[in-house]
Design a protein around this ligand. Sequence first.
Ligand code: SAM
Length: 329
Amino acid sequence: MYEALLWRMTAELGTGGPLDRVVAGHEDAPGPSAVALRLLGTVHRLVLERRAEPLARYYPSTGGHFDLDAAWPLLEDLLDERSDDVVSGLARPPQTNEVGRAAALVGALLRVPGAELPVRLFELGASAGLNLRADHYRYSGAGGAWGPPDSPVRLAAAWAGVSTPTDRRLHLVERTGCDPAPIDPTTPSGRILLSAYVWADQSDRLERLRCALDVAARVPAEVRRQPAGEFVADLRLEPGHCTVLWHSVMWQYVDPAEQAVLRDHVRRLAGQSSPDSPFAHVYLEPTRRAPGADHEFLVVDEQWSHQSTGPARILGTAAAHGLPVTWER
Ligand SMILES: C[S@@+](CC[C@H](N)C(=O)[O-])C[C@H]1O[C@@H](n2cnc3c(N)ncnc32)[C@H](O)[C@@H]1O
């Protein structure tokens, strides 16, 4: 659906129509600013807020059936009639909190020996904090199933490759994240905003998100309004606990100076770790195995417990939205 809409938009650009008027000023935006996703996310938000009624008939997320020729003139009308809303929506970076990525983060954590202790979980770029509740989701795949059997969030066929040790337990005693632009998943506007950045015909992702929002309503987690560099500076280890710092698809948004600060704090925490207070850094980020290699969404862990100090290990690869994860170890 979005591919069809974006090709149609491409053909309209430069014709002086409503599309040109709303995207004015973004002509030279760099690729990572994702203007196309900002625009389609903003339109989707108006559809979900019932402020784009005729167009909603063609949006699967509101029960409609997509038809490009029928939807396009209505979308153009919306860009014209609600141009102020669309222009302000374009100013906002997309906010996607992808629950599928929990499969990579939890699968990695189950491979961390220190996580047999009670876990204090800290997440960078947590968005709405949905993945701070990752132990409340049900996963299945190579190695069996893990997580509460009655969880509404079901990540089926989440794990391929080397078996995940599903006999391990995780006991999370703290869940705190940071994000410069956190979203409150317990408010109606927060729920709509998160749904808006999921593509309107991806019903599996929308359903997963809806169920995760229900979990978020009953499992508290804190997301502080802070950039990652500031947040990590306050982080300390605690005896008798495994401190875990994890993140997914946020590193590219952090500028090089802040990335250096983060690396320094990871080293500081690693240096303070001991068998009684292990520290693990776990992430799913698009990166390269070697200079010049293609980008892949690699699942990586670094763990320290004094005795076993290890360099970063590539545990596996995942799809951009998490599922499936193919484990290599
Ligand atoms: C693509 S989203 C991913 C959100 C979540 N980690 C996930 O995988 O679903 C990127 C997130 O990084 C956050 N972000 C951007 N700059 C940041 C920074 N300097 N420190 C922490 N988070 C940041 C954004 O606000 C956004 O929520």
